[in-house]
Design a protein around this ligand. Structure first.
Ligand SMILES: [Zn+2]
Length: 416
């Protein structure tokens, strides 16, 4: 098996939150076999001198939509799957090149995209999928404008962000089981209003408690977990009580709600990047005044929510939730979070914390024996300055996924 040794490295120990200087990372095939600052025999390995640079575990974005090639979600729902897949392949490739070796798709992607990446049809992050989001009639994943009566969306599985519309415990159970049948790694439920949905108030609740509990129960029956889209204290608290593992967005939470999250061990996945992007571009993209109003309401509270959750000790994972061409702003999340978290904490949110949320911490999110050899060698020190990563792909000198070099210009940097 091919052996590779990255020497002269400052390795980010994501679990401890520190850099380990003078370290060596030994890789065999697709896996890390050793990370050590002791002398290690590497004469049977290909040796790469990182020049004292920082080595990070591959980054994880825990809230993306790789099928969201447009900000127009209703229009997107009408695209043929072939076109959605073609767009997704480019979105995924770009995410990988920004350093995200794993992403958690928060609805839209199907197992076909996973298989395409695994088969090497195109480059992309390791992809964990939800399948379709589960939404009540008129809920956040029901994109039908007022007056449209057609059964525009169904609870059959398919590529794209179209919701599985389910009302009542029986339909919710069936919709979740349908996602499980189609290979979901987690189940996304819409537990409150959203910005992009045309007919729901942002601070409303969605689904009755018995429906939320049924969704969580069905996810757990399949050894999966549920994540809930929710903004308001009411919507978040209900989802937490129902047993979801993470709250997505959560911008409008208050002190009592973050305390409840802490008590239940619920993760928060803020997505500041998308509000910042839509704040700049929403009007130009034709978003309605009602949608821009909702956006304004949640954007202004995003950092406060993050501060509150952070102060309470709620585990916070990295997410972005970008749409269309705004995906290029994915790395801005690193700097936006700096208002409430230290650079080390931001890095942990995009590595070990996201991995724990996904119950994958033995294989991703940290460089340790047995983990996938997913890593980045970067210029600068992102443990001191979160904007290092926000500088873009140019900061990445070596990008490796599963022991395969995605790209490298380390040799150029050393003048060899
Ligand atoms: Zn989302």
């Amino acid at each position: 098996m091919a052996r590779l040794a990255l020497v002269n490295a400052r390795v980010f120990d994501s679990a401890a939150g520190v850099l380990r200087p003078h370290s060596t990372v030994v890789i065999e095939g697709e896996r890390v076999v050793a990370v050590t600052d002791e002398p290690v025999k590497v004469d049977d390995a290909q040796v790469i001198d990182t020049g004292g640079r920082v080595v990070l575990p591959g980054l994880i974005d825990a809230h993306v939509h790789v099928t969201a090639s447009s900000h127009d979600l209703a229009g997107l729902a009408l695209q043929p799957a072939s076109l959605v897949g073609a767009h997704s392949s480019r979105i995924m490739r770009d995410m990988l090149h920004r350093g995200f070796t794993t992403v958690r798709d928060a609805a839209g992607a199907d197992f076909g995209l996973q298989e395409a990446v695994a088969a090497g049809l195109y480059e992309g992050p390791r992809l964990f999928i939800a399948g379709q989001p589960i939404s009540q009639t008129g809920g956040h994943a029901d994109q039908r404008p007022k007056g449209v009566r057609s059964e525009f969306f169904c609870s059959c599985a398919g590529l794209g962000l179209a919701g599985a519309i389910a009302d009542g415990v029986g339909e919710v159970r069936r919709a979740v089981r349908e996602q499980v049948r189609n290979g979901a790694n987690h189940v996304k439920i819409m537990a409150g209003g959203g910005i992009s949905s045309p007919t729901d108030p942002i601070d409303g609740t969605q689904f009755a408690m018995d429906e939320l509990c049924a969704a969580v129960e069905e996810a757990e029956a399949a050894n999966l977990y549920a994540l809930a889209h929710a903004y308001s204290p009411r919507a978040v608290s209900r989802a937490v009580r129902a047993g979801v593992r993470s709250i997505e967005h959560g911008n409008l939470v208050d002190e009592a709600t973050v305390r409840l999250m802490k008590t239940h061990g619920t993760y928060l996945v803020p997505t500041l990047a998308t509000y910042a992007a839509l704040g700049v571009e929403g009007l130009r993209l034709g978003w309605s005044p009602a949608m821009m109003d909702k956006l304004q309401r949640v954007q202004s509270r995003g950092v406060d929510a993050l501060r509150m959750a952070h102060a309470e000790g709620v585990p916070i994972a990295f997410g972005t939730d970008l749409l269309g061409h705004m995906h290029e702003r994915q790395l801005t999340e690193f700097t936006l979070r700096s208002a409430a978290m230290s650079p080390v904490e931001v890095l942990q949110s995009a590595t070990i914390v996201a991995a724990r949320l996904m119950r994958q911490e033995s294989t991703i999110g940290q460089l340790r024996p047995g983990a996938h050899a997913d890593l980045l060698v970067v210029d600068g020190d992102p443990t001191q300055d979160a904007s290092v990563l926000a500088a873009g792909a140019s900061a990445i000198r070596l990008l490796m996924q599963g022991g395969r070099t995605v790209r490298s210009n380390l040799a150029d940097a050393q003048g060899c």
